[in-house]
Design a protein around this ligand. Structure first.
Ligand SMILES: Nc1ncnc2c1ncn2[C@@H]1O[C@H](COP(=O)(O)OP(=O)(O)O)[C@@H](O)[C@H]1O
Ligand SMILES: [Mg+2]
Length: 276
């Protein structure tokens, strides 16, 4: 059977829920969500802290299982393949805290190289080195700059770029970016958004961007999903969602936009480019 059922969306969720705990102490982290994410689409999941964004993102990554409902990737149930690595070759993530993704005791370069372990076949040594160098250049880091360096020797913004370099090495079909800009300074934030756009343009990736900032979501996405208490309460194109919000949650999120993003959203003219 072909890997991609023709025309199937990248992801399809049908009534997906994730419940934690049991008895009286339960949390319905994700509550009966349904959606289709299409190939090469950038979808932003937006909502306040605790609304279920990360749990939903982890289900797409096959790091959490739905307690009910069905979740498909390329037309096949996500859990059907016994080897989860098959999914991780195609769906990769960058998280809020880049340091948590790297081991403090190994050099950054050796860890970037170890990304190739996920592949079925490891390229020859020389090719691996070249691809690591190329990936570093893609995120504007001179390979020599990080030679022999350990994670604690880099800033949060540089480490986030290392995670993105890993994505340039692995070239997954889908990138899940869970609040990748929330722990870095404003300058690194802008460049991380630029790299997300570059991944979309150059690698033709599908991207799920998780954020509590609807201003950032407006800037990068094709579709915005607004989440509240585990549910998707509104979804649509960024212009519609921001100009004609239909839920109280969306209106609240618009009120919460940091001032530095406000002019992007209020400008209904063509979207600013990532190079901005
Ligand atoms: N492993 C877990 N066990 C119990 N509750 C959890 C677990 N993970 C998340 N939750 C709960 O699920 C809800 C949604 O969490 P999360 O998806 O992390 O929110 P967000 O990413 O939107 O801030 C929260 O109430 C959180 O406390
Ligand atoms: Mg989260």
């Amino acid at each position: 059977m072909p890997n991609e059922a023709s025309g199937a969306p990248k992801f399809e969720a049908r009534g997906v829920s994730r419940l934690f705990g049991h008895g009286k102490k339960t949390t319905l982290a994700v509550d009966n969500v349904s959606f289709k994410i299409h190939d090469k689409e950038i979808v932003s999941l937006v909502g306040q802290s605790g609304c279920g964004k990360t749990v939903l993102a982890k289900m797409l990554l096959r790091l959490e299982k739905p307690t009910s409902g069905e979740l498909y990737f390329n037309g096949k149930p996500i859990g059907a393949e016994p080897d989860a690595r098959v999914h991780w070759r195609q769906v990769q993530a960058v998280f809020q805290d880049p340091f948590s993704a790297f081991n403090q005791f190994f050099t950054i370069r050796s860890q970037l190289k170890s990304s190739f372990r996920l592949f079925q076949q490891q390229p020859p040594e020389k090719e691996m080195e070249e691809r690591v160098d190329q990936a570093l250049l893609n995120v504007n880091i001179k390979p020599r700059e990080i030679d022999g360096k350990y994670p604690f020797e880099l800033s949060g913004g540089q480490m986030q770029r290392m995670l993105l370099a890993r994505i340039f090495i692995l070239r997954p079909e889908v990138l899940i970016a869970d609040e990748p800009t929330s722990m870095v300074d404003a300058c690194s934030r802008a460049s991380i958004l630029d790299y997300l756009m570059k991944l979309k343009e150059e690698l033709k990736m599908t991207i799920v961007f998780v954020t509590h900032d609807i201003g950032l979501a407006y800037y990068v996405s094709d579709s915005i999903y607004i989440m509240h208490k585990g549910q998707i309460v509104e979804q649509g194109p960024p212009d519609r969602v921001t100009q004609q919000p239909q839920s109280a949650t969306t209106r609240q999120l618009l009120d919460d936009i940091p001032d530095i993003h406000r002019d992007w959203v209020s400008r209904s003219a063509p979207k600013a480019t990532a190079a901005g």
